[in-house]
Design a protein around this ligand. Structure first.
Ligand SMILES: Nc1ncnc2c1ncn2[C@@H]1O[C@H](COP(=O)(O)OP(=O)(O)OP(=O)(O)O)[C@@H](O)[C@H]1O
Ligand SMILES: O=P(O)(O)OC[C@H]1O[C@H](OP(=O)(O)OP(=O)(O)O)[C@H](O)[C@@H]1O
Length: 212
């Protein structure tokens, strides 16, 4: 049988996952010294990590080529799919917020607003819940630029410390929803490799408790 495969969101969440694996007593040398390699053994070789972009983590888990995935709740909300979301991993904590130029009232006025975001579904759902009709423009990164350049009235984006907003003359208008990293599991793997998966989940829970 092939090793259990876990798809990791490259970057921030990958680093926090390595720390979690280390607390679980797993050898992460290959993951740390990975160079440009994208599939790496973890621990004794019964687990391998696949490094990918966040939305692709969901794609690989949903198709069953990876048994697990570590992905932000932000990405799960934006790209819903069929998989089990089994654990809040307790890292990658941030929140979705509506933000705009400091001191400039957002609500009110008759003209419909333009919102820039990397998360159009999240933004649409948020404004629908308020009964507000807005124009949404998809931006791929550094969304804070859009109001500065006059493209948008406000943004819906991830906020952690608030420094990116502050340093660019923006402020939170309203918090939307808290976000953290989640462990997702393929539906068939959960049945077919139940014992191995439950074993690993137990160790992850323990590592999470230890990090508190
Ligand atoms: N400032 C932040 N603080 C904490 N967690 C964050 C922060 N920004 C993003 N995240 C979480 O980490 C995940 C990965 O973010 P990361 O910035 O590493 O990649 P990305 O922005 O999605 O992709 P890219 O490689 O295109 O920048 C996000 O989906 C979110 O859950
Ligand atoms: O509140 P803060 O602590 O400043 O963090 C928030 C910033 O972090 C994320 O950006 P990221 O670094 O992922 O860059 P990108 O969105 O441009 O890829 C997010 O999109 C914000 O820009």
């Amino acid at each position: 049988m092939r090793p259990l495969r876990i798809a990791l969101t490259k970057g921030r969440l990958e680093k926090d996952t390595v720390k979690m694996f280390q607390r679980m007593g797993m050898d992460c040398t290959a993951l740390i010294d990975k160079g440009r390699k994208l599939i790496l053994p973890v621990g004794d070789g019964r687990l391998e990590a696949v490094l990918s972009k966040a939305p692709d983590v969901i794609t690989y888990v949903q198709h069953g080529v990876c048994d697990f995935g570590v992905v932000g709740k932000d990405v799960i909300i934006e790209h819903p799919g069929s998989f089990y979301e089994v654990m809040d991993l307790g890292f990658g904590k941030c929140r979705f917020a509506l933000a705009g130029p400091k001191g400039k009232p957002f609500y009110g006025g008759y003209q419909s607003k333009t919102i820039a975001t990397k998360y159009p579904n999240v933004a649409r759902t948020f404004f629908e819940s308020k009964g507000m009709d807005v124009n949404i423009i998809k931006i791929e990164g550094s969304v804070e630029l859009a109001p500065l350049l006059g493209l948008a009235d406000a943004i819906v984006d991830i906020v952690e410390t608030g420094s990116t907003l502050r340093e660019n003359g923006l402020e939170v208008i309203e918090d939307i929803i808290p976000v953290s990293a989640r462990l997702i599991v393929n539906v068939a793997s959960m049945k077919l490799r139940k014992q191995e998966i439950e074993n690993l989940l137990g160790k992850m829970e323990q590592a999470k408790e230890e990090s508190r």
